[in-house]
Design a protein around this ligand. Structure first.
Ligand SMILES: Nc1ncnc2c1ncn2[C@@H]1O[C@H](COP(=O)(O)OP(=O)(O)OP(=O)(O)O)[C@@H](O)[C@H]1O
Length: 220
């Protein structure tokens, strides 16, 4: 069967999350990069550069979502697209490290998605929402993570970028901006992030991100 969802649903001899993490932590401790920041701050743009420059070093953890695919988004690459019911069933089975609801859609990172990347010997990148970051911090993965926040230069600039991307309706744009205000406020919490990158000029922001990540990798 080629249905990729079956990968996540395959039976396992390890029934609990903590035992899964115990297994994961016995492998070499490759760092996990947790990238967050308001929608439109430039996370995907920065990650695209990183993956282009280092195609074999990093692995993108593929999230699940109940939202509909945008044009060109491929199942299993951009996201594992699923129904709301199926998503909730997987949550009940403890398949997720973190989940979040945003603009009426569910998003989540499965244990399997992170494990797949680590098993391939790659540094896993998690591109997740603020609430997800809080959840990851409560797991055993916390100690191997570096938490990076991508911040737009201003909310006004964020609006312009989201408008320029042409992916949002007026309603979803406003929801994203309202959420952005909350995230920017929360990001001020001392010690919550290991690195805050202000994505004003893209080349400078990218260099800062690369330097931080390579620095963390060098310390492992
Ligand atoms: N430094 C920058 N200067 C100008 N435009 C930028 C910059 N960085 C990103 N952009 C543009 O802003 C838009 C939003 O960027 P991007 O899609 O990477 O954001 P994101 O944080 O990944 O958003 P989401 O969380 O919704 O996926 C894109 O159209 C991108 O080309």
């Amino acid at each position: 069967m080629s249905n990729p969802m079956l990968r996540l649903l395959r039976p396992t001899s390890l029934p609990t999350l903590s035992r899964r993490f115990a297994t994961m932590s016995s492998a070499p401790k490759l760092p996990i990069v947790v990238l967050s920041g308001p929608s439109g701050a430039g996370k995907s743009t920065l990650l695209k550069r990183l993956f282009t420059k280092y195609p074999d070093t990093f692995g993108f953890s593929v999230s699940h979502t109940s939202r509909n695919p945008r044009t060109g988004e491929e199942h299993g690459k951009a996201y594992w697209f699923t129904t709301r019911d199926e998503f909730q069933r997987l949550v009940g089975e403890g398949k997720f490290i973190e989940t979040a609801e945003f603009s009426g859609n569910l998003y989540g990172t499965s244990v399997q998605a992170v494990k797949d990347v680590q098993d391939a010997g790659k540094v896993c990148i998690l591109d997740i929402e603020m609430e997800g970051v809080k959840q990851v911090k409560k797991t055993d993965l916390n100690e191997t993570c570096t938490f990076v926040f991508v911040q737009p230069p201003s909310v006004e600039e964020l609006r312009k970028r989201l408008e320029g991307r042409k992916t949002e309706t007026e309603q979803s744009l406003n929801a994203r901006l309202a959420q952005a205000e909350k995230e920017l406020e929360y990001a001020k919490t001392p010690g919550f992030h290991d690195k805050i990158i202000i994505n004003d000029e893209i080349d400078t922001a990218y260099e800062e991100l690369e330097r931080h990540i390579l620095g963390v990798m060098g310390r492992q």
